[in-house]
Design a protein around this ligand. Structure first.
Ligand code: HEC
Ligand code: HEC
Length: 80
């Protein structure tokens, strides 16, 4: 099999696309972070987040907030 110039161009373009997508910032980097206070550090299970972040609780979620339970998928923990 001979390796033609178009093949090389294709390989280079494919690598650029894969590399570019890998470098895109994760949305997690831009969402509000989980505060690094003792309240939040004590919580290790995502299902416990809604004891405070629920409609009648201490800190309700905004009305537009996604109705998903995998909180830490979108909210990174703040360093501290
Ligand atoms: C004991 C109650 C409580 C629990 C449990 C709790 N939070 Fe919170 N959370 C708060 C309060 C109160 C605030 C707002 C004041 C503050 O910054 O600490 C807050 C603020 C936040 C914020 C917003 C920070 C900002 O910059 O506006 C995020 C994100 C958050 N919590 C995520 C979580 C996640 C994810 C969990 C589960 C791992 C969780 N919380 C569990 C009480 C709680
Ligand atoms: C699909 C991604 C996603 C998931 C999953 C998610 N959130 Fe959020 N959350 C966001 C975004 C985006 C914002 C910022 C919304 C805004 O500023 O209007 C936010 C904002 C918040 C805030 C700040 C609200 C405020 O008072 O300013 C808290 C607290 C919070 N989320 C808690 C949680 C908890 C608890 C869970 C799990 C039950 C969770 N989030 C799951 C994307 C997500």
């Amino acid at each position: 099999m001979t390796f033609r110039k178009v093949d090389l161009i294709f390989v280079v373009l494919a690598l650029l696309v894969v590399g570019g997508v890998a470098l895109l910032p994760s949305p997690r980097d831009r969402n509000p972070r989980v505060p690094a206070n003792s309240t939040h550090q004590a919580i290790t299970v995502e299902s416990q987040c809604t004891t405070c972040h629920a409609p009648q609780a201490v800190r309700p979620l905004p009305a537009q907030h996604p109705k998903r339970q995998d909180c830490l998928h979108c909210h990174a923990r703040a360093q501290g």
